[in-house]
Ligand binder design. Structure first.
Ligand code: BJW
Length: 228
């Protein structure tokens, strides 16, 4: 017997109970900072110091954060399920890999990586970034940026993600509001192929009508229930 291939999309809601802010909704990053004005290449070109400060604050905020029961449940699913499981995360934190998930794409980049725009090298980065820091590889100044996909930039691994969606037999979306594309469109791609689509979220997401099945509640409850 073959087992259905599962593709799982995660968003900031899965990390909320680990103490990492979501973007939208009460207390979300969006409300306290005008993220739209910071998370784009034009803002970085105009005021790199301000954009670095925002991401330095967020990178420091990851210190001491641990995966929760939802991250652990997905790692357990990958380890124990006889079929293929792929996690595609929009999150820029490191909690899926800390929990043990290996088959993972960070489609919006990673806070703990830096990208040198001069020599195109991406590297692990735990410290603050500033405009004064030279690139460790090429020595150029002012060229280091957070390895984050900003608005108007192409998300990472898109070819591989679309190929995985093409092979998926189950698509599950966890902790995402369904407002940011192209990730918000994955459920429609899956649904149009007749794939079983599952929503696990605190509340109905913006595209909730695209799901065959929905379970609303905190990720630490609904994700382990779905996995088990
Ligand atoms: C819980 C919970 C708990 C809470 N348990 N659940 C008009 C129409 C269509 C598209 C566009 C458009 N105008 C522009 C676009 C494109 C744009 C876009 O989609 N904009 C929308 C805002 C409309 N997209 C892009 O630009 C993307 N690139 C692109 O399209 O490239 C193509 C292209 C390129 C070049 C030329 C031409 C085409 C790039 C998008 C990059 C997104 N980046 C961000 C910021 C990254 C930087 C950073 O981290 O600061 O990524 S935006 C932000 O939103 C972040 C997230 O990954 C992303 C998704 O948010 P998420 O994870 O869903 O969080 P929330 O807060 O929205 O939702 C949390 C959910 O969890 C809620 O539902 C809660 O209820 C729930 N929840 N607690 C379970 N305990």
């Amino acid at each position: 017997m073959t087992h259905p291939t599962i593709v799982i999309l995660t968003g900031s809601g899965i990390s909320a109970e680990s103490g990492i802010d979501t973007f939208r909704g009460a207390g979300g990053l969006w409300n306290r900072n005008v993220v739209q004005d910071l998370a784009n290449p034009q803002a970085f070109a105009r005021d790199p110091k301000k954009v670095h400060e925002f991401y330095n604050m967020r990178r420091r905020g990851l210190i001491g954060k641990e995966p929760n029961a939802a991250h652990h449940a997905l790692a357990r699913l990958e380890a124990e399920y006889p079929g293929d499981v792929l996690v595609v995360t929009q999150n820029v934190d490191h909690l899926h890999e800390t929990a043990g998930t290996k088959n993972l794409f960070h489609m919006h980049g990673e806070l703990r990586k830096a990208w040198c725009q001069a020599c195109d090298l991406r590297m692990p980065w735990q410290e603050d970034l500033t405009i004064e820091i030279p690139c460790p590889s090429c020595g150029d100044f002012g060229q280091m940026r957070p390895d984050i996909v900003w608005f108007g930039e192409m998300p990472y691994h898109m070819d591989a993600i679309l190929a995985a969606l093409d092979a998926a037999e189950v698509f599950t979306s966890i902790g995402t509001s369904g407002t940011v594309y192209p990730a918000a469109g994955f459920v429609e791609i899956a649904r149009n192929r007749g794939v079983h689509t599952v929503e696990l979220n605190l509340e109905p997401s913006d595209n909730h009508w695209d799901f065959s099945e929905s379970h609303h509640g905190p990720a630490t409850e609904v994700v382990p229930q779905w996995v088990d």
